[in-house]
Design a protein around this ligand. Structure first.
Ligand code: HEC
Length: 174
């Protein structure tokens, strides 16, 4: 009885985690097409990098939606959706960077991912946490509707992006 209950609890937790993972792949409702979720484990070499860069651009788009806010209270709902999508997307970044998928890796011809990512993996993951927290702070600011607080929170997100790029992203590729 007790054991069965325990098993059910574990099963429930597993389903919860699976649902949470699915949720992480949901795109913001900013009118853009929702691409089918891709499991990075099925990709390698340049195909993985190209997909990753696309995902990063999508993350950039979520931030752009918040950054470009015109101060109109009517669009606060969309803004909240973008902030939540960004918060969720931050947690998907580590899985985009499997080992040997950066500069110099086999099959990778064009990437800005520095090898230091895998040397300082915990710092890298911490930077994704920082982004997650910044996006959560932005969602909280959006919920207040306070324009100044929202602007400040956008700056927090930019700082989080830059913090990681400074250490872990190499120079631009022509
Ligand atoms: C935890 C580290 C990390 C965080 C946080 C992060 N990035 Fe990145 N980003 C990278 C790395 C590394 C690359 C290079 C990937 C590659 O080329 O393989 C990259 C690539 C990109 C690219 C692709 C274009 C290019 O020239 O590299 C864009 C756009 C981008 N990031 C935007 C953002 C934005 C906007 C944020 C914040 C909302 C952000 N990133 C947060 C690490 C991060």
């Amino acid at each position: 009885m007790t054991r069965e209950r325990g098993r059910n609890l574990i099963l429930g937790a597993a389903i919860g985690i699976a649902l949470a993972m699915l949720g992480l792949t949901i795109s913001p409702s900013n009118g853009e097409e929702t691409a089918p979720p891709v499991d990075p484990a099925t990709l390698s070499g340049q195909a993985l990098v190209d997909w990753r860069i696309g995902e990063m651009k999508r993350i950039g788009g979520m931030m752009g939606a918040i950054k470009r806010w015109d101060g109109n209270a009517a669009s606060l709902g969309d803004l909240a959706t973008a902030a939540e999508a960004l918060r969720a997307a931050a947690g998907t970044i580590p899985a985009m960077f499997p080992e040997n998928s950066g500069i110099g890796a086999e099959g990778v011809t064009k990437s800005r991912a520095l090898p230091v990512i895998w040397e300082k993996w915990e710092d890298f993951v911490q930077d994704t946490n920082d982004l997650e927290n910044a996006a959560a702070a932005s969602a909280a600011a959006i919920a207040t509707g306070d324009a100044e607080a929202i602007k400040a929170s956008v700056q927090g997100i930019i700082t989080a992006c830059q913090g990681c790029h400074e250490t872990f992203r190499g120079p631009e590729i022509q």
